[in-house]
Design a protein around this ligand. Structure first.
Ligand code: SAH
Length: 465
């Protein structure tokens, strides 16, 4: 983060604006909206500012800038078209520890002003760190259409009930659940349609109908986080991640996906590296039960799909046995994600009529698979966790009759900006893994469909950093 977003209380606080043109007038207007006491220092004033001055909304001093003008100010904005003056304002303010913004000169600013969507008291601020004000404005325009004008009124209704609701609920998480329900209920709809009295009544009724002393009821959501690209999350996954009290996540969940978890949710890393389980599976199962019984809404976030080599079944089995309510949210499994982003259709009328997903994980040092079933004509075989056993896999496939010239693809960190795709035939694949230093997570796709990669590849990320 280049800048820390904060919201400043400027009510009745003295602020200085140096410059009196059109640009200055836009900034002054914002300061006035925030209730600041504005003094404008400029020899000349644009019409709007002059009107504010004669209406007594601002104070005007018709002088060139001098350092003592900043005496006692809590915030300064320089909006002159003279770079030397702007520079001087910036230096003076900085020397005195006063936050300063110089319009269009980010290098002279100690704070920048975001694009805002104003649904007071709800304010959404957007910044590109001064890099592209146009992009910030485009984002703002989109948000304008997304956020109903009624949100401001809704926030005011919530504020008027805050104390009452606080008193009613013994547990803060129950209180939060109550508000989450209210804000997505008929109460909100009534506010949006301008029926504020009816909304107030409906909210009171809801509150009256609730026994706030009851402990909260927890629940576990077993959620598929997809293969890496956060855009591949389902809406439901995102929604639950935004509401969770606790998120228990695996190593496979990408940082970009983790970034979408509600900021103040507790995060618990449950690990799972080959042979290096951060928390043993048994303990994870019981952890979920315990958290839910404490009344928390727990998201158990897994890479890909929770029911495909994710041990999701075992985790909810314990929940079911303990009577803890749960839901399962599917995710895009690595095979689907990697195949799509590598341009390798898993089935194709000319090359493969079936596809099998298998695990190449070595339970006890051996890969115990039904090799005969895997070595079938017109079939694509996808190996999860196959990297470690790659030599055995290739050898056994060939031993059971798969031609050594059969193509295979390695997709490392599929769908992410670090995606790497390497293709080879069965005979040379293990050597490639070693030579190219292929690392987990990597998916192995074996079959004639792999030849389509050359023609259908489309996702060529330039790696981050
Ligand atoms: N439940 C997960 C799979 C867990 S097993 C799913 O549905 O995708 C872990 C294996 O999945 C890894 O060893 C690797 O083979 C594969 N995998 C998961 N994400 C991947 C990714 N982004 N790129 C390549 N392989 C991936």
């Amino acid at each position: 983060m280049d800048f820390l977003p904060i919201f400043l209380n400027l009510r009745q606080r003295p602020c200085a604006v140096i410059g009196g043109g059109e640009v200055a007038s836009r900034k002054i207007s914002l300061l006035l909206d925030a209730g600041a006491q504005v003094t404008v220092y400029a020899p000349e004033l644009a019409d709007t500012i002059r009107r504010w001055a004669s209406d007594g909304k601002i104070r005007h001093v018709a002088r060139e800038f001098r350092p003592e003008m900043l005496e006692g100010c809590v915030l300064v904005i320089a909006a002159t078209d003279d770079r030397a003056v702007n520079q001087q304002v910036s230096e003076t303010a900085r020397a005195r520890g006063i936050p300063v913004n110089v319009v269009d000169q980010p290098d002279l600013c100690t704070f920048i002003m975001p694009s805002i969507v104003d649904r007071s008291p709800v304010i959404v601020a957007v910044s590109t760190g001064g890099r592209s004000p146009v992009l910030a404005r485009l984002i703002r325009a989109r948000l304008e259409t997304l956020i109903p004008a009624g949100y401001g009124r809704l926030a005011r209704l919530v504020a008027s009930f805050r104390d009452k609701v606080k008193k009613r609920f013994a547990h803060s998480s129950r209180r939060r659940q109550f508000w989450e329900e209210v804000l997505q209920s008929r109460v909100a709809e009534l506010v949006y349609s301008g029926q504020e009295e009816a909304a107030e009544k409906a909210l009171q009724q809801r509150l009256d109908a609730i026994d706030g002393s009851q402990p909260p009821v927890g629940e576990v959501y077993l959620v598929g986080g997809g293969p890496g690209d956060p855009d591949l999350l389902t809406f439901r996954a995102l929604h639950l991640m935004q509401q969770a009290d606790v998120v228990v996540y695996d190593r496979l969940v990408s940082p970009a996906v983790l970034n979408l978890i509600r900021r103040d949710a507790e995060r618990i890393y449950a690990g799972k590296e080959r042979d290096n389980h951060a928390i043993p599976q048994e303990d994870i199962n019981h952890l979920l039960v315990r958290l839910a019984k404490e009344g928390k809404r727990v998201v158990r976030l897994k890479g890909g799909d929770p029911f495909i080599f994710g041990r999701g079944g075992e985790e909810i089995d314990t929940l079911a046995a303990e009577g803890v309510p749960f839901q399962v949210v599917p995710g895009i499994t690595a095979a689907a994600g990697c195949a799509a982003y590598a341009g390798i259709p898993l089935t194709h009328r000319d090359y493969a009529q079936s596809v099998v997903f298998v695990t190449g994980h070595l339970q006890d040092g051996t890969v115990n698979l039904n090799w005969k079933a895997l070595v079938q004509p017109d079939q694509t075989v996808v190996f999860y966790m196959g990297l470690h056993g790659i030599e055995t896999i290739c050898r056994e496939l060939m031993r059971h009759g798969m031609p050594p010239t059969t193509l295979a693809a390695l997709v490392q960190q599929g769908t992410t900006r670090n995606q790497r795709v390497l293709t080879a035939d069965l005979a040379t694949l293990p050597g490639i893994v070693e030579k190219a230093q292929v690392k987990a997570p990597t998916l192995i796709i074996v079959g004639d469909v792999v030849q389509l990669h050359e023609r259908l590849r489309w996702f060529e990320p330039t790696a981050a950093n």
